[in-house]
Design a protein. Structure first.
Length: 184
């Protein structure tokens, strides 16, 4: 990362990116959104159909649930930075390929280095395994991890709670742990 790096520069590079074949099938790249001094950064797996259409992260059903979880702990969407491991939607929402993660990862690293969040919340198994390494999500959720000079918090992806309602209660409990850690 150069000294003159900025979020707007990263956004521009992501929008023009051709490092993997996903640029051929996307409507819009989805770089991320939020304040450049956010205490919390949320990292999901990849954009979905609504995100691909709008170019904004977490604006579909998963985004609505994420906003609800944030509001439950006294935060708003505007308080946090939201992004994903992949910046382009995989066809039919399939799981990201390793080569796609590797192509997008430098963008995420630059976003983290610029924002310097107090805590990065990893939403789901792909985010956790891409950043920290393999963890069993049922054991990882609700836990903090420190590595690479950064504090991480792990929980389920909101999409999992939409498919399996029992995860919503688990995520609410996880977010309560996060609230305590943030002292809000």
């Amino acid at each position: 990362m150069s000294d003159n790096d900025s979020l707007s520069k990263i956004v521009s590079e992501i929008q023009k990116c051709t490092k993997c074949p996903l640029h051929k099938t996307r409507k819009n790249a989805v770089p991320g959104e939020g304040p450049d001094n956010a205490r919390l950064m949320f990292v999901g797996e990849a954009p979905g159909a609504t995100e691909d259409r709008t170019g904004l992260p977490f604006v579909g059903r998963s985004g609505k649930l994420l906003v609800s979880l944030l509001e439950n702990i006294g935060l708003s969407r505007e308080d946090v930075y939201i992004t994903s491991i992949l910046k382009s939607r995989p066809p039919k929402n399939r799981s990201p390929k390793k080569s796609e993660i590797e192509a997008c990862f430098p963008f995420l690293e630059r976003q983290i280095n610029l924002i310097k969040p107090e805590i990065i919340v990893l939403l789901g198994g792909v985010a956790i395994s891409s950043i920290i390494g393999p963890w069993k999500l049922s054991e990882a959720h609700g836990k903090f991890y420190e590595g690479k000079g950064q504090k991480y918090f792990m929980t389920y992806h909101p999409a999992a709670a939409l498919r399996f309602p029992k995860f919503r209660d688990i995520m609410m409990a996880d977010f309560a742990i996060l609230k305590t850690e943030l002292n809000i």
